[in-house]
Structures are given as structure tokens and as C-alpha cells.
Unconditional design. Structure first.
Length: 208
């Protein structure tokens, strides 16, 4: 088999959906496929794209490995879209476990929850898709549209329970909203009714 035909067949294989318990499809301009006993992996470069469930990932380079392509790792100019949950993420490196539906980011990222009008940026993320829970760390800055105004939240870490609408800020937590300032070790925000609760050493400035 000549080199050109071999490359063509490899690209064709990578462009087809792979059907397992959870379907996945992938493609890339430059690709390497390894299929042998004890080792199964795909490396995608130059416009790498993966679709699995409601998740679409695009990056400069991606690797898929494990049984049923269980694990996905990506690096370089990554964009993630979760169409089911309205989540969009931009970052430089990530790891995703398809069976556990767990996405982990250990680099600076930006996230946009289009359904809840919430935007955040931080240095790390653990996104538990099964339970709709996002754990953000390393200097979190979060913005939420609440009653037509921007609520700004900052802290060392933020847990966002998307299903319940609860935000939990820990470590130097601060909320600025409608000209008021709230500071505490821990602050919780119920985004359903915009109730703000403070605990630990607290202080604030309330206008009006």
C-alpha cells in the first residue's frame, strides 16, 4: 500500500462515527491511529475536532485512548461547547473522561453559561457533567446578570451548582452588586432569587 493511499484510509477511518455505549466522532488534518493489543490511541492535529454526546471539542491537538476511547486530552487554543447545558469554554489544556462525564482543566480558562447569563474566568476547573456541578479555582472572577444588573463575584474558589442555581464562594470572597459590597470568608448566592448569605468574618457597604 503506497503512502498516499495509507494516509487517505486513515483520514477516512477517523472521519467516521465510532459507535459504543456513547457515540463519538473525530477528525483532524494530521492524524495517527494505533490499534494493537494492549494499546489503542488516536492523535489528531491541525484542526482536531471531537463530538461526544452533547459535547463538541476543537483544539490544535487532541489524543483519544482507552477502551471505547474513554479518555480525551487536548491542548492549544481549545474551545468546548456543551449544547445540552448551554456551556461554552475556552482554554489551553483539558482532560475529559467520557464514561464519568468529567472534564478537568488545569490552565487559565473562560466559561460562559448562556442559559443563566453567567460568565467566569479562573485558573482551574472541574466540571462534573452528570451532576451539573462546576468547581473553579485559582483566582476566580465571575459575573452574573441579576435583576438587569451585573453582579461581580471574586474569590479563591467558586462552586457553581447549575441544577440548584447556588454559587458558593470561598477564600477572600467578595460580591459587588447594585452599588453594594459584601466581603466574607464564605459567601453563598442563590441565583434563583439573588439571596446573598455571608459567614465567617464579614463586612460590607450597603447603599440606600
Amino acid at each position: 500500500m503506497n503512502k498516499r493511499l495509507s494516509i487517505f484510509l486513515t483520514i477516512m477511518i477517523l472521519s467516521l462515527p465510532v459507535l459504543f455505549s456513547s457515540s463519538i466522532s473525530f477528525s483532524g488534518g494530521e492524524s495517527r491511529l494505533v490499534m494493537r493489543e494492549g494499546e489503542k490511541s488516536v492523535t489528531l492535529k491541525s484542526g482536531a475536532e471531537v463530538t461526544t454526546g452533547s459535547l463538541f471539542i476543537k483544539a490544535e491537538e487532541m489524543s483519544l485512548s482507552g477502551d471505547d476511547w474513554k479518555t480525551i486530552s487536548a491542548k492549544g487554543d481549545i474551545s468546548v461547547t456543551d449544547s445540552e447545558r448551554g456551556i461554552e469554554i475556552n482554554t489551553e489544556s483539558l482532560w475529559f473522561d467520557r464514561s464519568d462525564e468529567l472534564l478537568v482543566i488545569s490552565s487559565w480558562f473562560e466559561i460562559d453559561d448562556t442559559t443563566e447569563e453567567l460568565y467566569a474566568q479562573a485558573g482551574s476547573l472541574r466540571y462534573d457533567m452528570k451532576n451539573d456541578k462546576l468547581e473553579m479555582g485559582m483566582q476566580v472572577t465571575l459575573f452574573k446578570i441579576a435583576e438587569g444588573e451585573v453582579m461581580k463575584c471574586t474569590s479563591e474558589s467558586v462552586t457553581y451548582d447549575k441544577s440548584s442555581g447556588m454559587l458558593t464562594l470561598k477564600g477572600g470572597a467578595k460580591v459587588v452588586w447594585k452599588g453594594d459590597n459584601y466581603e466574607a470568608q464564605i459567601i453563598t448566592v442563590d441565583t434563583n432569587d439573588n439571596t446573598i448569605s455571608l459567614s465567617g468574618r464579614i463586612k460590607g457597604t450597603i447603599n440606600g
